[in-house]
Design a protein around this ligand. Structure first.
Ligand code: G6Q
Length: 546
């Protein structure tokens, strides 16, 4: 199916051509109810899209697009456990992991829920045992430090969530995350953790990932040297779907927390991959995180398209990417605890929707996944916001902020909030040449100076932003936000008709590095690649020999 040939796509293009001639500030002036018309709520969570370059007519057309592309039916197939990940023949059921309501979720006629509940109870009980000092180190002491060894989906979600919920994890052990195969990452961590009271979690769905297995082997050797071979077992547990490889590594079956092939890596923090989060914040708060995600699941399943948060954000994503040709999407949390959210969303979005073909193998005829990036405010303001305000490229951005701080320095908070509101206001309002001239004249500059400086003081405005404002970044709110983004990505993938749940691009990297590895220390120079790759390998070989 060609999106461009859809009737509603043509309507959207014609509507776009009209709308882009009108500054968003004018849309606000013409419609005093614009904010209430174009902002959505879930309890204390407010999602304001009124500063996007849209009107209610745009939203109506986008809803029509969602219906024409079957987004609701695709959503229902996902929740129902159908094998919608067609290239890997897998169901996609991260939503089952946060389900608390009774009732079966069937994959090929088999209810997955008893396994989900038992698996969840097991890893949450283990987390509580570690926190309470019931599960101890080999010497009988309480664990003071926990190191998660994983990468990609087995790292980014837990690392982001543990940091986001720092204020809720103060009584638990210290958490560390090592992902990179660059030995610097593990080495620097091993320098600060005490071996006698450190627990390692080897987190890998496949338990064959090169980086994680290298880090696990090195960590195991380091631990054995410190506490003795016979005590190592008390200091390692695994999270995986591959029991055979876990046992081959030397971790007992009882020390492995499992999950299922229908949990995608980047959607796995709700499974036992969330063990480090549970150790940090405790089982009750982990359940609150799940409950927040379930709130969003229920809403996504039941709210009409125009009042449905993930639908609206996903459709705006399509509007910005395909109708306004905006290539990048900035994630700008005015919330230091969400420092790792941009990296997490970068994977979630770019790995899910960075695809060129539809499920049936035919090319998508528009651009797909945006480039996602970002940094916390206000730091970004003193770095790259210059381009957001005055560059020739338009960047779409999400701003996130809590009304109440979760830290102990509340006097800072009004400063933070005034900045987030000021930035989105300025990005939307802009400043015309006449306004710039008037401002400079009022400041007492002579006519020549006004003419010289005014063009530099012009801000185009109408730069699209969404603001997500919530009371406090607690576990339930974090759960809602993360599920909101997961489903937003789903909606965009469904409109494009792509499989958001495979990652052949990632698999390629896993194969290529293993091919070159032996060549680095082979007796003769590499000759089997292109000239550049041979040259780089051989230069490294020469430098390493010296
Ligand atoms: C996520 C990706 C990828 C994956 C890592 C780690 O959706 O598939 O980031 O999570 O490659 O894989 P393992 O958990 O198997 O080690």
């Amino acid at each position: 199916m060609s999106l461009r040939s859809l009737e509603v796509w043509k309507k959207l293009e014609a509507h776009r051509d009209q709308l882009v001639t009108v500054p968003v500030r004018q849309l606000f002036a013409e419609d005093p109810a614009r904010f209430s018309r174009l902002s959505l709520r879930m309890d204390d969570l407010l999602v304001d899209v009124s500063k996007q370059r849209v009107t209610t007519e745009t939203m109506g057309l986008l809803a029509e697009l969602a219906r024409a592309t079957g987004v609701e039916a695709a959503r229902d197939r996902m929740f129902a456990g159908e094998r919608i990940n067609g290239t890997e023949q897998r169901a996609v059921l991260h939503t089952a992991l946060r389900r608390s309501t009774p009732g079966a979720v069937l994959v090929d006629g088999v209810d997955v829920m008893p396994g989900v509940v038992a698996g969840r109870d097991a890893f949450l009980a283990f987390a509580e045992d570690v926190r309470a000092g019931r599960r101890t180190a080999a010497n009988g002491a309480r664990f003071t430090d926990v190191v998660n060894l994983g990468i990609g989906g087995s790292d980014l979600g837990p690392a982001m969530a543990v940091e986001a919920l720092t204020p809720y994890g103060r009584e638990g052990p210290r958490l560390h995350f090592v992902s990179n195969v660059d030995g610097a990452h593990l080495d620097e961590t091993l320098r600060v953790v005490p071996p006698a009271t450190t627990l390692f979690i080897v987190a890998s769905k496949t338990f064959t990932t090169q980086e994680t297995m290298a880090n696990a082997r090195s960590a195991r050797a380091w631990m054995a040297a410190a506490v003795g071979e016979s005590a190592v077992g008390r200091h390692f547990v695994a999270v995986s779907t591959n029991a055979r490889e876990v046992q081959a590594f030397g971790i007992a079956a009882a020390e492995m927390f499992g999950f299922w092939d229908w949990v995608g890596g980047r959607y796995s923090l709700w499974s036992s991959i969330g063990l480090p989060i549970a150790i940090a914040i405790g089982a009750d708060r982990f359940r609150a995180l799940l409950a927040g995600a379930e709130d969003m699941d229920t809403h996504f399943l039941s709210a009409p398209i125009d009042a449905n948060l993930p639908m609206v954000l996903g459709l705006l994503g399509i509007w910005n990417a395909n109708l306004l040709d905006i290539e990048t999407h900035a994630v700008l949390p005015y919330d230091q605890y969400l420092r790792r959210l941009p990296a997490f969303l970068q994977q979630l979005d770019m790995e899910s929707n960075g695809k060129g073909v539809r499920l049936d193998g035919t090319p998508v005829d528009v651009a797909t996944g945006p480039i996602v990036w970002g940094e916390p405010g206000t730091n970004g303001q003193h770095a790259f916001y210059q381009l957001l305000h005055q560059g020739r490229r338009v960047v779409a951005a999400d701003f996130l902020a809590a009304a109440e701080p979760a830290h102990g320095l509340p006097a800072h908070h009004p400063l933070l909030l005034s900045n987030v509101f000021a930035q989105t206001e300025a990005l939307m309002q802009g400043k015309t040449l006449d306004e710039a001239r008037a401002e400079l004249t009022a400041a007492g500059l002579d006519a020549g100076e006004v003419a010289r400086l005014a063009p530099h003081k012009v801000f185009p405005g109408s730069r699209p932003t969404t603001t997500l404002l919530y009371r406090r970044l607690d576990p339930r709110t974090l759960g809602r936000l993360l599920a909101l983004y997961e489903h937003k990505v789903f909606v965009m993938g469904a409109v494009w008709g792509i499989n958001s749940f495979d990652q052949w691009g990632v698999e390629l990297g896993k194969v290529l590095a293993n091919r070159i590895l032996p060549e680095l220390d082979a007796p003769s120079d590499a000759a089997g690649h292109d000239g550049s790759t041979n040259g780089l390998i051989n230069h490294a070989r020469a430098l390493r020999r010296r």
